[in-house]
Design a protein around this ligand. Structure first.
Ligand SMILES: Nc1ncnc2c1ncn2[C@@H]1O[C@H](COP(=O)(O)OP(=O)(O)O)[C@@H](O)[C@H]1O
Ligand SMILES: [Mg+2]
Length: 254
């Protein structure tokens, strides 16, 4: 149990009569990079919001770093890092002021953090820390949010669609950094609707569709799940999420 960083039992969220997340079970070990893969509307963001304590589940249990969310929400929030899909950050602040604000909130040691900020800003080519966040593009805000989380080197990181606003170079750097942190013992949970991102970045993948976790495993394990004639993970994904008709349409258009 000690090495399980993210545990969810029968995690469920209903919005009215609609079940956005349906009895999901997760058990993610320290050091894993777990990809939560699913089409738009599958329930990825809702799951992340529950796992990070910003949305109360309708039913089910969550433990992060062995701590039950219901009793240890504040300690959990101190020890994790979250990069939301739509960063709502302080528009009236400059990037540098936002990072200073986070350093203050988490009571971080500037001598440790500032060299990391320098490394991260140069890796992600963030040369706009003196500009106002309100003037940033989506990708620029996303990189600032990534830096504000990565600089803390939290034990568990949740990244919701982290590559959407990133160019290929930044995505590659993120992948390398996540690998480094995971090797050092961090646990990473990232969501994506892009199969290729899950394949490239993650050690283990869970496929979610319509609120249900419909398959889970390493890349090799998932490929074994493929039926005859479905050799690629892409085929499996399309088959599981019932989107094969989309493929047929695309093929027909060629
Ligand atoms: N606050 C909310 N109120 C009502 N429905 C919601 C709310 N948040 C999400 N949903 C619905 O739950 C489903 C899952 O959404 P979401 O978790 O954002 O999916 P994903 O991140 O996989 O695209 C969608 O049908 C969405 O419309
Ligand atoms: Mg989402």
């Amino acid at each position: 149990m000690d090495n399980i960083s993210i545990l969810a039992k029968n995690l469920t969220k209903k919005f009215g009569n609609y079940t956005a997340v349906d009895k999901i079970n997760l058990s993610i070990k320290k050091g894993e990079i777990y990809g939560f893969l699913g089409p738009n509307g599958a329930g990825k963001t809702t799951t992340i919001r529950m796992l990070t304590g910003t949305l109360t589940p309708t039913a089910g249990e969550i433990s992060i770093l062995g701590l039950p969310m219901t009793e240890y929400e504040l300690e959990i929030k101190r020890r994790i890092g979250v990069v939301p899909d739509e960063p709502k950050i302080y528009e009236g602040l400059r990037g540098r002021e936002f990072l200073d604000f986070i350093i203050g909130v988490y009571n971080l040691d500037k001598d440790t953090i500032l060299p990391r900020v320098e490394e991260l800003t140069s890796a992600f080519v963030v040369d706009y820390l003196e500009d106002y966040i309100g003037d940033y593009s989506h990708g620029m805000s996303q990189k600032l949010m990534l830096i504000s989380v990565l600089m803390r080197e939290p034990e568990v990181m949740f990244l919701d669609e982290p590559t959407v606003g990133l160019d290929a170079r930044a995505a590659r750097i993120l992948k390398e950094l996540l690998n480094k942190y995971a090797k050092e013992g961090a646990t990473i949970f990232l969501t994506t609707h892009v199969l290729e991102i899950a394949e490239k970045m993650c050690n283990r993948i869970g496929i979610i569709d319509k609120g249900l976790l419909i398959a889970e495993g390493s890349l090799e394990e998932l490929q074994h799940l493929s039926n005859e004639g479905h050799t690629s993970l892409e085929d499996l994904f399309l088959e599981l999420t019932g989107n094969e008709n989309v493929r047929e349409i695309v093929e027909a258009l060629k």
